[in-house]
Design a binder for this molecule. Structure first.
Ligand code: NAI
Ligand code: MG
Length: 348
């Protein structure tokens, strides 16, 4: 394959996943040229599991590993679909990909675009990025239970924080902050209570921070930070936090910047050992699946992050500009998922 062809693994998934990734792919092709994007589709998710009993085999995982990058929609069944064990698809597909491909940084920008509606009365000029650690913390499945189902049940879930894992996300956050105007990193944790993990994070931020004299940094307890995220969200530039806190913080961040339909992310492998994966923050939205009501903007902005991270900075800029223009021109008239994708694709 020639060097300038973007070789993608496309995992549309369930619910609105296929609807929104179709529009993101359309915009990628409009930006780079039809022939410069090669997408190989992997049909993973609820239907595949129901038909085969397989979630994500090691063989498929290795095939996906061979691509340059992954564009992912969403997986997950409707809550009332009793045929599929709760959380199975999310754990065995999404989390498996993030861990197997060493996605150390979960990169989630929060921008209040012109025309986007924040539920806050005085949102200000919101433009920050969350660096959420992606491979450790409470999400590694380091736990167990005993006397399960009895009144004496014990259930443990232990957070894993390694100096290696913390340092690489801290470093990535400082390097990114250095390229921004405000050059400021805010660590969110709870080191007054979670002393072991909290002190490790704090110490490494202070150490790495010394290597970046032009980047300022501060610290907030994560609960207090939630107050500022609603009263003064424009104070943040780069937010740095662990896997669990980052999961929660980014949902609130998505809400204050105009909703889940606009929130994009990249799961970044920062040492080049496996493809990075780009996906909207939202899930499969079974309540609106198949109705063309889903906003594909989050998936399209995830494609813009893909372009930026994979070395197509100019193309990324054009997608961003097209999204800005589309959002600024939005009124109350309803458009289908496809119409939004067509409008943005026409402007890049
Ligand atoms: P969800 O994000 O799918 O939906 C929450 C609400 O937001 C729903 O009312 C939905 O209609 C709305 N919404 C979501 N995306 C939208 C869009 N692009 N445009 C307009 N409205 C949108 O979260 P929920 O309902 O908690 O989860 C549904 C399924 O998705 C579950 O099976 C869950 O486990 C899974 N899930 C998967 C994720 C992933 O694959 N990354 C992430 C979150 C949930
Ligand atoms: Mg979440």
């Amino acid at each position: 394959m020639s060097n300038n062809v973007l070789d993608l693994a496309l995992i549309p998934g369930d619910g609105i996943g296929p609807e929104v990734t179709a529009e993101a792919l359309k915009v990628l092709k409009a930006t780079l040229g039809e022939d410069n994007v090669k997408a190989t589709e992997y049909g993973l998710g609820a239907e595949h599991w129901l038909a085969t009993g397989e979630t994500l085999t090691d063989q498929t995982l290795e095939a996906i590993r061979g691509h340059q990058a992954i564009l992912f929609g969403a997986v997950g069944a409707a809550p009332n679909d009793t045929r599929i064990p709760s959380g199975l698809l999310e754990r065995e597909i999404l989390l498996k990909l993030r861990f197997a491909f060493d996605h150390a940084v979960n990169f989630r920008p929060s921008v209040l675009y012109p025309g986007a509606q924040s539920p806050l009365a005085n949102p200000g000029d919101i433009d920050f990025v969350v660096f959420r650690e992606g491979t450790e913390g409470l999400y590694v499945g380091n736990g167990g239970s005993m006397r399960t189902g009895t009144p004496h049940e014990v259930a443990n879930e232990t957070s894993v924080n390694t100096a290696y894992g913390v340092e690489r996300v801290v470093r990535a956050a400082f390097e990114y902050a250095q390229q921004r105007d405000r050059k400021h990193v805010t660590l969110l944790h709870k080191h007054n209570v979670l002393v072991h993990a909290g002190h490790l994070w704090n110490r490494i931020v202070n150490e790495v921070g010394e290597e970046f004299p032009d980047v300022t940094h501060d610290y907030l307890h994560v609960d207090a930070a939630m107050i500022f995220l609603t009263t003064d969200p424009s104070r943040f530039d780069v937010i740095l936090t662990d896997n669990m806190f980052g999961d929660i913080v980014t949902d609130l961040a998505a809400a204050v910047t105009g909703g889940i339909g606009l929130a994009a992310s990249g799961n970044l492998n920062i040492n080049g050992t496996a493809p990075s994966m780009y996906e909207p923050v939202h899930g499969s939205a079974p309540d609106i699946a198949g109705t063309q009501q889903a906003d594909p903007t989050a998936a399209i902005l995830s494609a813009a992050i893909l372009l930026e991270q994979e070395g197509y900075a100019d193309a990324a800029q054009r997608v961003h500009k097209a999204v800005w223009e589309d959002l600024a021109a939005r009124d109350t008239s309803a458009r289908t998922t496809q119409q939004v994708g067509d409008a943005i694709a026409a402007q890049v």
